[in-house]
Write a new protein. Structure first.
Length: 178
């Protein structure tokens, strides 16, 4: 057998063995690799969270304004209620590179994000969502409502179009961490 083919077979076998048993007990540890030479590893700001979805009814006229018999309501996800029993630290506001944020993503059956909302953890208004959190950082057991403010297309946050909800939590990153 050609040496290059043998090397390819060994590389594929090593990759398959290295993936492990992903479904074993639902026990997946989160980690982020090193950023590069001289950098430190990033750590996840929290290990788990609780999410509730807030729904709102939107009237749908169905295209015939004179006939009320065909009108109905669309149920849309208006916001995500975020809660964790772990705090997310606040960065020093004078040396902030990233204030930290929490994003609620609604995905479709192809795992594509179709709607989202986010809230900054620095007490400032988010320029895209215009939503302000009253405190800096996140205190354990605090409930945050994250408004769904961006949609990929009209009605993307309709409950019948959403398959999954994903939460992205980014901790604050300041210059003192470099």
């Amino acid at each position: 057998m050609q040496p290059i083919i043998l090397l390819g077979v060994v590389a594929v076998a090593a990759a398959l063995i290295g993936t492990g048993f992903l479904g074993q007990g639902g026990n997946i540890a989160l980690w982020v690799q090193s950023l590069g030479w001289g950098e430190q590893d990033l750590t996840a700001p929290i290990s788990h969270a609780f999410i509730d979805l807030n729904l709102k009814k939107i009237p749908n006229n169905n295209g015939t304004p004179t006939d009320n018999s065909d009108d109905y309501f669309d149920n849309v996800i208006s916001s995500c209620s975020f809660h964790s029993d772990q705090s997310i630290r606040a960065a020093d506001p004078t040396s902030v590179l990233s204030p930290g944020l929490i994003i609620c993503k609604l995905t479709d059956d192809r795992d594509k994000a179709i709607a989202e909302g986010r809230i900054l953890l620095n007490g400032q208004a988010d320029p895209d969502c215009k939503q302000t959190q009253s405190t800096v950082g996140y205190a354990a057991s605090q409930h945050l409502n994250i408004d769904i403010c961006q949609t990929a297309f009209p009605g993307a946050n309709d409950v019948q179009k959403v398959t999954d909800v994903k939460i992205v939590v980014e901790g604050a990153l300041d210059q003192s961490m470099q």
